[in-house]
Design a protein around this ligand. Structure first.
Ligand code: PQQ
Ligand code: CA
Length: 704
């Protein structure tokens, strides 16, 4: 027995039953290529909506649904699970783990969920409050549920853990990580026995602050190799150091290794985090472990000295690639930092790397070691000067999955350009509970303030499909989109690519040249990746619809340049003989702003801005302009009265909807300052917003 079990064998031999989509990336190689070809270049123009299912949350939907024997298992926002008849869209059962609403602000980037895992009759998924849940796949009944965050990792309010990534299963072990490095976290992954939910092993990705054993699989490599790459007294010893494994986590049956994509530093500021010293292993790295024990095998660090939120958590894909006349089994990786890496999957040896998007932080990679050749100005925590970085914190590519077609030999990356202004916090590092703790000046970071710089920033925003030739390490072609933050990509045997866009359109493209062959008005922004499957022998293509994730939260109004839709979350599925027609019509220009109160106290608005940017902007949008997911507070009824506002912000009147209470962070005067600031912003922007509703796009002429 090789320990794979029937499900492991079925996933390894996924192409023997191509009608299923059994694991996050369809196969263990996570290529998101399906050999199905009933739908192909010659007939995709006739694709029609087969069914749609309205979801019970209108927020970001990032899930990859699994499909097993005609049943779809979809996870949706707020960590909910739905089992759906994949031929008809009929709901078979649903499971709501009742994640408490007040924890939404413990995560950086919307209460999303990226998907489930299947093993031996059970489906598994993580919850935003840190649980891992196993359900009976037939009935939806709970089999077991565990808290994946041990109390010793939490360390009181300094640290913050959330789970939104899809678990993966290797040889009967369910492996799951977590997020939280924007707040304070020490990254780790845990392997649980799929049958019982018992902890099998745990691996921390950054050292123990005292260099003591954690009694975890990571002890020896952290104490002998990683600890030496950190300063002994930096802020990491209190904040956790980061390195959260919040997205990619892959088992490769060819090498029999588990790969972790490790995240950014916590706090981001390297000068505060590690006193400007050391490479800080294993931040920004891929780490390979043995599936049975969690024992360290190798690592490759893509971003030493991270200070840009350059996570290496982006999708880890393996493939067999001819290199210098020899076929090698490699990892291909397009992390946030903008370089496309080819790494030997067995040994971690760096084979080659090339920037796949424009980058200004490094001039290239050392051809031998793969270490970035830094632009000294990019090391802003050491220079003490602002840095306008490309890629920025959202990366050249984020969680939206890329795909590979063995027929074209191309990797298709949902690439983007989103700059970020990195500005140091002055006067030392001061963490706040319930807010981002980056060691950066939250009033200045991200988007530049002056109107000219803001216009330049908007011009710099880009989103496109990048068809990348990994053998040549070069672009083959691209398909430009309206702006950043589009969905993941599916490649099929019909020589097609499928992708949903931030504009609310769903497209099929020719995989050989990018020609646009089909589009459908899905009406709401799409950030999730499509899947394809067979039900009753017929091919379907399905995707979750729902605008959200970090981009519209943080960029707020500027995110509208990618397309502006009213958020209506659904699962939609297409077939060649679909009979559902177009989706019901809705008002796609957004709601009219409500005329705000005219009086505000201009002596309070500066502090209101400061408090807003510290506690509110990461969800409700930079400078109080909403991005179309959560309420745009300029038009909120609660800003009309100090008591109403305090009830929501101070006392938590809306915790059930995800709005935490902030009376532990701010006093009543500070909260009232925010209200004064919001009224000011509402007055400044009211006419511009009314006029914008008269444009075809609904986007104001002068965005900033
Ligand atoms: O450092 C972290 O722990 C962490 C966690 C997450 C998350 O859990 O979603 C994201 C990020 N970082 C991040 O940097 C990022 O760009 C991001 C985008 C998204 C999203 O779902 O839209 N999550 C996250
Ligand atoms: Ca991060």
């Amino acid at each position: 027995d090789d320990g794979q079990g029937a499900t492991g064998e079925a996933i390894i031999h996924a192409d023997d039953h191509p009608g299923n989509w059994m694991t996050y990336g369809r196969t263990y190689s996570e290529q998101r290529y399906s050999p199905l070809d009933q739908i192909n270049r010659s007939n995709v123009g006739n694709l029609k909506l087969a069914w749609y299912l309205d979801l019970d949350t209108n927020r970001g939907q990032e899930g990859t649904p699994l499909v097993i024997d005609g049943v779809m298992y979809a996870t949706t926002n707020w960590s909910m699970m739905k089992a759906v008849d994949a031929a008809t869209g009929k709901l078979l059962w649903s499971y709501d783990p009742r994640v408490p609403g007040n924890i939404a602000d413990k995560g950086c980037c919307d209460t999303v969920n990226r998907g489930a895992a299947y093993w031996n009759g059970k489906v598994y998924f993580g919850t935003f409050d840190g649980r891992l849940i196993a359900l009976d796949a037939k009935t939806g009944k709970l089999v077991w549920s565990v808290n994946t965050i041990p109390p010793e990792a939490e360390l009181g309010k300094q640290r913050s853990y959330t789970v939104d990534g899809a678990p993966r299963i290797a040889k009967g072990r369910v492996i799951i990580g977590n997020g939280g490095s924007e707040f304070g976290a020490r990254g780790f992954v845990t392997a649980f026995d799929a049958e019982t939910g018992k902890v099998d092993w745990r691996f921390f990705t950054v050292p123990n602050p005292k260099n003591e054993p954690d009694h975890a699989a990571s002890d020896s490599v952290l104490m002998n190799k990683a600890y030496q790459t950190w300063s002994p007294t930096g802020a990491w010893t209190r904040q956790g150091g980061g390195g959260t494994v919040w997205d990619s986590l892959v088992y490769d049956p060819v090498t029999d290794l588990v790969y972790l994509g490790v995240g950014n530093g916590s706090p981001w500021n390297y000068k505060y985090r590690s006193e400007g010293k050391g490479d800080n292993l294993f931040l920004g790295s891929i780490v390979a472990l043995k599936p049975e024990t969690g024992e360290y095998v190798w690592h490759f660090q893509e971003t030493p000295m991270d200070q840009w939120d350059f996570t290496s958590v982006q999708q880890i894909m393996t493939l067999d690639l001819p290199i210098n006349g020899e076929t090698r089994h490699v990892i291909v990786h397009a992390p946030k930092n903008g370089f496309f890496y080819i790494i030997d999957a067995k040994t971690g040896e760096f084979i080659s790397g090339k920037n796949y998007v424009y980058v200004n932080w490094a001039s290239g990679l050392d051809p031998k070691t793969g270490r970035p050749i830094y632009n000294p100005d990019a090391l802003y925590t050491l220079t003490g000067k602002d840095w306008y970085g490309i890629p920025g914190d959202l990366g050249g590519h984020n969680f939206a999955a890329m795909a590979f077609s063995p027929k074209t030999g191309l990797v298709y990356i949902p690439a983007q350009q989103v700059p970020f202004l990195y500005t140091n916090q002055v006067g030392g590092f001061t963490p706040h509970p319930d807010s981002w703790n980056l060691g950066l000046d939250m009033n200045k970071v991200g988007i530049p303030d002056s109107p000219e710089a803001k216009q330049a920033f908007v011009k710099d925003l880009k989103g496109y499909i990048l068809a990348w030739d990994p053998q040549k390490q070069a672009e083959a072609w691209r398909v430009e989109h309206k702006g950043p933050w589009n969905g993941g990509i599916l490649a099929t045997g019909g020589d097609l690519l499928f992708q949903g866009l931030a504009t609310g359109e769903f497209h099929a493209y020719d995989a050989t040249n990018g020609s646009d062959l089909f589009h459908f008005a899905a009406d709401s922004g799409i950030i999730a990746p499509p899947v394809t499957y067979l039900a009753n022998g017929k091919q379907y293509v399905a995707v979750e619809v729902g605008w959200g994730g970090i981009y519209p939260f943080f960029l707020g109004g500027l995110a509208r340049t990618s397309g502006w839709t009213v958020n209506h979350s659904r699962i939609i599925a297409f077939s060649l003989d679909g009979k559902s027609g177009p989706l019901p019509k809705q008002n796609d220009q957004g709601f009219l702003p409500v005329k705000p109160p005219t009086q505000f106290d201009s002596k309070r608005t500066d502090n209101g801005y400061f408090q807003f940017q510290t506690y509110c902007a990461a969800c409700h949008g930079d400078n109080a302009e909403g991005g179309g997911v959560l309420p745009d507070l300029r038009w909120s009824g609660s800003i009309r009265h100090d008591d109403a506002f305090y009830n929501v912000v101070g006392r938590g009147a809306l915790t059930a909807y995800g709005m935490d209470r902030f009376d532990g962070n701010m006093n009543p005067t500070e909260i009232e300052d925010i209200r004064q600031f919001l009224i000011k912003r509402a007055n400044e922007t009211y006419q511009r917003e009314v006029d914008a509703r008269k444009n075809a796009d609904g986007i104001p002429e002068q965005l900033p």
